[in-house]
Design a protein around this ligand. Sequence first.
Ligand code: HEM
Length: 107
Amino acid sequence: AEGDAGKGEKVFKKCKACHAVGDGAENKTGPVLNGVVGRTVGTGADFEYSSTLVDMGAEGKSWTPEELDAFLAAPRDYAKGTKMSFAGLRKDTERADVIAYLSTFTE
Ligand code: HEM
């Protein structure tokens, strides 16, 4: 189902300790997420990714909405060895909404 970007902004509060979006966003514990939807995995500027994400990108994976949904449901199961220490978003709607929100930020 299509997500609701407005609701996704609220869901993104769970991500903000580690991620920024929007004008002037900078890398924190996690990479800036502007432009992440559709981008090759592990290729944000000036961020030191785990070899797990670097390897996924090298294999040609990109962050389609489907890949993001799978990752955000269970980051450490989907990407074994990732350094994203986050349990995941259990609810389908939360994932769809936060992906819709992220889609509004281009590079
Ligand atoms: C990586 C989204 C929560 C830390 C990523 C990536 C995405 C993402 C899409 C991959 C970026 C890329 O390949 O360029 C989210 C969302 C969150 C969330 C939507 C909330 C629902 C968090 C939290 C933390 C965190 C709470 C810190 C405790 C990281 C780190 C990476 C990462 C360190 C790099 C992982 C690696 O290199 O293995 N995140 N994240 N994230 N995130 Fe998050």
